[in-house]
Design a protein around this ligand. Structure first.
Ligand code: FES
Length: 177
């Protein structure tokens, strides 16, 4: 779906502009058309996160709830149920390290420890330059290549701590690998 590829700075929570409202209206209507009159909340939330810098500002959720015909509280309940969605400001790239069982036993703790060291943050924190947010995740669905992580939409598996500097550097430089 082509909407607007220009993302906003992470955490923007200003009142909605007319441009925001037009964007949200078009996003919901496009989603409704693509799903033959139904709506995919998750697709809408992913589009919103992409547009608003990896987070879902409260004013945006309020307006989207109105457009969806639901209450802000119900929409907030949907958002907070899924750990990949966030109402808190996040960095340009979100690093999700799987810490579920199979990844745990194949080395996730050493991956987490190395990421903390390289990024200088704890889980749930964002680097001071706003580049990366580090998060723990439940199973990413790629257990066959554990330990694994995702950065934005890119998956990485069979990881060792030695792989991580190269992966982070490529992301900083704008690449996927
Ligand atoms: S347990 Fe880590 S990807 Fe499934």
């Amino acid at each position: 779906m082509e909407l607007n590829n220009v993302t906003r700075p992470a955490g923007q929570a200003q009142p909605l502009s007319d441009e925001d409202k037009r964007f949200l209206r078009e996003l919901v209507e496009t989603n409704r058309t693509e799903h033959h009159g139904r709506l995919s909340y998750m697709d809408i939330m992913f589009e919103l996160e992409h547009h608003y810098g990896n987070s879902l500002p409260g004013p945006v959720l309020g307006e989207v709830a109105r457009l969806l015909g639901t209450s802000p509280a119900q929409l907030n309940g949907f958002v907070t149920f899924y750990t990949m969605l966030s109402t808190e400001p996040r960095g340009r790239h979100v690093v999700r390290v799987c810490t579920s069982g199979p990844c745990h036993v194949t080395g996730a703790p050493s991956i987490v420890a190395e990421l903390k060291q390289l990024l200088g943050v704890e889980l749930g924190e964002t680097t001071s330059d706003g580049m990366f947010t580090l998060e723990a995740s439940s199973c990413l669905g790629i257990c066959g290549v554990s330990p694994a992580l995702m950065i934005d939409d890119d998956a990485y598996g069979n990881l060792t701590p030695e792989d991580l500097p190269r992966i982070l550097d490529a992301k900083r430089a704008g690449g996927a690998q």
